[in-house]
Design a protein around this ligand. Sequence first.
Ligand SMILES: Nc1nc2c(ncn2[C@@H]2O[C@H](COP(=O)(O)OP(=O)(O)OP(=O)(O)O)[C@@H](O)[C@H]2O)c(=O)[nH]1
Ligand SMILES: [Mg+2]
Length: 327
Amino acid sequence: MNLQGLGKVEDYQKYLDMAYKNGADAAMQSRQDTTSRNKAIRSRRIESARIEAYGKSLINSLDFIGRSFPSIDQLAPFYQELIKCTLDYPMLKQSLGALNWAKKQLTGLLHKYTKELSLTTRIEHFNKLRRAFSGRTSSVMKQIKDNLTYLEYCRKTMKGYPSLKTKVNTVVIAGAPNVGKSTLLAVLTGSKPEIASYPFTTQKVNLGYDAEGNQYIDTPGLLDRPIEARNKIEKQAILALKHLATIIIFVIDPTETCGYTVVEQKNLLQEIKDMFTLPIIIVANKADTGAIFKHAIEISAKEGTGIDKLKKEITSLLKAKQEKLQQ
Ligand SMILES: Nc1nc2c(ncn2[C@@H]2O[C@H](COP(=O)(O)OP(=O)(O)OP(=O)(O)O)[C@@H](O)[C@H]2O)c(=O)[nH]1
Ligand SMILES: [Mg+2]
């Protein structure tokens, strides 16, 4: 999913200025058409061109915003969850709805004033109609002023969401800080991880893909310290991972050189087990130091030992999950 490409939502006045300019350009162009000698007819054609270009400019601007925003209900649950914890979801929907309301109003006004203009040949009426059209369209735009401001805020927030694939197997790598998560990600994906931002973390999430196209995410700052201590919104952002993760790899550092005791690390593991009802593979890293840890796949991310065994376990769990889904 890519929300990076969302176009900027401008202030309502900017759209009015653009429409005014487009109207003036169209009027200028129409003025060059001198086929009719009748002044009133020419004048009317000019005003009609102006009104049409002005109205269409506004309608197109709103249309563009509406189309560039993703349809929230159709977004992957992971992104819907992020929206719910970073934005006022009802207000976002209402603001998108307001665009449609305004478009309808503007279309109606364009229709009404174009028609009225076509029914008169009195020059003094032209300016009056033009001013009335401009006044009423401005008023419509003004009524959605706050909605446009909010949509721009949403766009900026959504731009900060990570670009993750939501339809592939995803392995989330968790564990206390410094246990070797990033080293392991690099080993499993054989590449330098891509970096993506994630709401509520100052750090970025790292992601990579293996030869089979499985997605791996290393989430520093998210699944590396007690979840209970987080506020509600932060918890929700962490839980959004549930929609994405197929399995979790929990990395333990039995050497405790990471700065956390094994007991602390086990407590974190228990929390993650409780929060995510997902298969978890426990790996004990830094086996090259001679540290021993039972009930886990022993690996050395640094030296690459035990990785084949881990890969086999990942493949087998992913396969089991896939089969379960197909049942
Ligand atoms: N001896 C040994 N050191 C390792 C191994 N894997 C990682 N390290 C070291 O452990 C430290 C932390 O590794 P990272 O991969 O950055 O750990 P991390 O879990 O991503 O750390 P944060 O992103 O800070 O949470 C680094 O100094 C690594 O060199 C290993 O298999 N053996
Ligand atoms: Mg790291």
